[in-house]
Design a binder for this molecule. Structure first.
Ligand code: AMP
Ligand code: ZN
Length: 463
């Protein structure tokens, strides 16, 4: 079965056919690095991480290349430098370090390439020169602008017509623009603004050109998948398409956009008190795996709402799943071997249907299908060793599985020796601390009940 992906360019779900199955290439727009990433920024990271894993599974890890950029030249970064008196490099390095910390905590694999815009100024300048030479861009007052009217396909990705755009334009119309929709490829830098020498004087690139130039450098004239949040569809991705098309690049074959995340039904805003960085949520004690689970519980193409209840439900589910796969060192369990992993992959092949994948894992957990749950969850990057132990460290803190196991074995021995007084008393004391035991043809199974109390377990004598 092929991977099927919804392609924004064609507005249809299509079979994914790589340009070269030996070299599958995906580019995702990354963050502008001046501040901690918020939980909305984490949505594309986790969504495209799942796609990256799926592509690696289908085509082989060595045949997939994933690039995600860091925008490290931007007026918001300049403003922060001016405000704090710190250097731009200092701010961007620190922010990139935070980004890695936070996204690692969500279990996202690092992309193969994480190009920084400032390291690709020369290819950007070359692309702008090419656009001018081909008649698609013009210089005006130290700026270089892309002339949208010269691209008959401008608007085709976001399905807007130039006339509509002009009518609804809220862009500030600079006097040097030939058309209000023309956008900046290069702008002059003065004073302590960061700048590079160029044929148009000292200046810096506009935002959109970096992705066209970096994807061109890393991937060549065409590549397979381009992703990002839906808010980038226009103007950022439309402009990327226009620039690359006009220098003769096919650019991305499939365009994917994740829908926006809201918090408690509202767009995140500091003034509403519903703005959370990933670091804020981790600092509240919410494990990264729980956030990853919540982000995958809604299909990437639908708007999603982050609520306290969604977080609590995710935590409950993951605790249960961890218990299912990790019941104690030697406890035998009844496994119903099913190819849950295959079912999870099949769900993802259908335009990354992560909610369906999660429902398959629920079923495996409910059936006590430990092997299936473990293998299926790994496809989603859940229940893996990076996340191991948070269920033990928090809430069910001090869960001393070895002790439970020793008591269970002691009871087994007593029962085998027909010392029913001892075996019953061990069972009763386990029940009293919230550990249930069940005799099955395959041995004794134990599980925690909602009233499990780690402190009481610690007080139990195991002598
Ligand atoms: P930015 O640093 O604002 O360019 O955003 C980095 C990435 O996060 C882009 O792919 C955005 O589309 C995405 N993004 C920003 N806000 C949200 C949100 N609330 N929900 C989902 N994705 C978002
Ligand atoms: Zn981009």
């Amino acid at each position: 079965m092929a991977i099927r992906l919804y392609n924004t360019k064609t507005r249809a779900k299509e079979d994914f056919v790589p340009i070269d199955p030996q070299d599958v290439r995906m580019y995702v727009c990354g963050p502008t690095v001046y501040d901690r990433a918020h939980i909305g920024n984490a949505r594309p990271v986790v969504v495209f991480d799942v796609l990256y894993r799926l592509l690696r599974h289908e085509y082989g890890a060595e045949h997939v290349t994933y690039a995600r950029n860091f925008t490290d030249v931007d007026d918001k970064i300049n403003a922060k430098a001016a405000e704090t008196g710190r250097s731009i490099r200092d701010i961007t390095d620190e922010t990139i370090g935070w980004y890695h910390e936070d996204m690692d905590a969500l279990g996202a694999l690092r992309p193969d390439h994480e190009p920084r815009a400032t390291e690709y100024i020369a290819p950007m300048v070359a692309m702008i020169e090419d656009l001018i030479a081909k008649g698609h861009a013009y210089e005006a007052e130290g700026h270089v602008l892309f002339a949208v009217a010269t691209d008959p396909e401008y608007g085709s990705l976001s399905r807007r017509s130039l006339d509509e755009m002009r009518a609804g334009a809220r862009v500030e119309v600079a006097p040097y623009k030939r058309d209000p929709m023309d956008f900046v490829l290069w702008k002059p830098s003065t004073g302590d603004q960061p700048g590079w020498h160029s044929p148009w004087g000292k200046g810096r690139p506009g935002w959109h050109i970096e992705c066209s130039a970096m994807a061109g450098e890393l991937f060549g004239e065409k590549f397979d998948i381009h992703g990002g949040g839906n808010d980038l569809q226009f103007p950022h991705h439309e402009n990327e398409c226009a620039q690359s098309r006009c220098v003769g690049h096919d650019f991305a074959a499939v365009w994917m956009h994740n829908e926006m995340l809201k918090v408690d039904g509202k767009k995140m805003a500091k003034s509403l008190g519903n703005f959370f960085t990933v670091a804020d949520l981790l600092a509240k004690g919410i494990p990264g795996e729980v956030l990853r689970f919540v982000l995958l519980s809604t299909h990437y193409g639908s708007p999603m709402d982050l609520t306290q209840k969604a977080i609590e439900d995710a935590e409950k589910t993951l605790r249960k799943w961890w218990r299912t796969i990790d019941p104690g060192p030697t406890v035998q369990k009844l496994y119903k071997q099913q190819d849950t992993r295959r079912e999870v992959i099949d769900a993802l092949l259908d335009d990354l249907n992560s909610p369906k994948a999660i429902s398959i894992l629920h079923k495996a957990a409910n059936e006590g299908n430990e092997a299936g749950l473990r293998a299926g969850a790994a496809v989603l990057g859940l229940l893996n060793k990076n996340f191991q132990n948070w269920t033990k460290m928090q809430g069910v803190s001090g869960l001393d599985e070895l002790k439970i196991q020793q008591l269970v074995e002691k009871r087994d021995v007593a029962k085998y020796g027909k010392d029913f007084a001892l075996s019953d008393s061990i069972r009763d004391s386990l029940i009293a601390v919230g550990v249930q035991i069940k005799d099955t043809p395959n041995g004794t199974q134990w599980s925690l009940t909602p009233s499990f109390d780690a402190a009481k377990l610690a007080e139990l004598s195991d002598a």
